[in-house]
Design a protein around this ligand. Sequence first.
Ligand SMILES: *[C@@H]1O[C@H](CO)[C@@H](O)[C@H](O)[C@H]1NC(C)=O
Ligand SMILES: *[C@@H]1O[C@H](CO)[C@@H](O)[C@H](O)[C@H]1NC(C)=O
Length: 407
Amino acid sequence: MIRQLGNVQTFLAIVLFVICFTKMRYYCIGRAFCLRSQTGRTYRKMSTTSAGAATDEVLLERTGNKGIITLNRPKALHSLSLSMVKKIYPQLKSWEMDNTMKMVLIKATGDKAFCAGGDVKTIAQSGKGSAITDEFFREEYRMNNIIGSLAIPYVSLINGIVMGGGVGISVHGPFRVVTEKAVFAMPETAIGFFPDVGASHFLPRLPGKLGLFLGLTGHRLTGRDIVKAGVGTHFVPSDRLNELEKDLIRLEAPDIHSIDKILTKYSEQWEQDFKKEFSLKQYIGRINSAFGGQSVEEIVENLKKDNSEWSKQQLDIMSRMSPMSLKLTYEELRRGHNLTLPECLKMEFRISQHCMANEDFFTGVTHLLVNKSKEPPVWKHRTLEEISAQEVDSYFQPLTAPHLFGI
Ligand SMILES: *[C@@H]1O[C@H](CO)[C@@H](O)[C@H](O)[C@H]1NC(C)=O
Ligand SMILES: *[C@@H]1O[C@H](CO)[C@@H](O)[C@H](O)[C@H]1NC(C)=O
């Protein structure tokens, strides 16, 4: 687990490097575009040329009665930028309103990542009070919400890393197909944030205390385990993904049943392997008893009392996380258990904006993603005990600015 957290940091550092690199490229491409646009070509025309299409961060296509979203920002592990979100949401809305449309498929280019999260570095670097600290979350959660209520089936093909924002763009749909290359995590407590994008809805609905464990520790699940945890719905080996996609596209009148039939057929062919034990099976008892505590402090006490190697690893992991993030996560999952997805997202939007007004998110992202430190950041609160219930509660209070969904 210690090594695993090291991996998370290495991974975050790679994401940072990649984002910087991609930005430089976009800057150059942007300049080239400016020069060319003076010749009178419109952006729309540019984007339909092969050069334009190759650099679009997200591709939106229609094939017959199906819409296909392809995340195409491979150098940043397809992490979601504000402009990607702003393209996806209106497209989903218009496909949903078009009654000739029968299915939406979302995937990503390459097999390293489906989507590694939201572009938090850009947000942190824009600084407190900048417009993006409100706009990004508002737009992203609105997109998460429409996925949860879309009138047509929404199928995610997840081949590679799926974390944070990548989970939010897939998990609320009815079909989440994962391959053996899929790596799931909600790692936000490590950067002074909290599991958002509707995590307060889906995590408390996982069996027992598994969701709380995943949210507090950022524990990673891979491949079939993602299905066993209830985050994914179907498994398909990556070398059969293209074939599966063709079968789905070939459906004349796709609906929940015909899509499920195809996905189940592919899943069942791998049932023998699927029977392999869940990697967390031997810890489920411990997870349910320790994380059944009535507060984060009680969970820590339970883990200390348990005193097993596994418990010590969890304590070590949690000791690196922002204490405020741990408490916010506990509370949002407790409340989210009884709320609808729109209610959860509204609550999360409030929390996100209170986080933007505080230090830990900026400290965490700067320390881990910008400075690439291997040590945990120095959080605003050093211990759980110095955070009062009132302070936690203040993050759930209404905002003065307009709320999400105008409520
Ligand atoms: C959720 O609902 C149950 C049953 O209605 C209730 O007992 C519980 O207190 C509620 N929890 C929260 C956090 O509101
Ligand atoms: C990041 O590094 C800079 C330069 O070394 C330092 O001044 C700053 O305090 C660091 N910030 C964090 C949050 O670690």
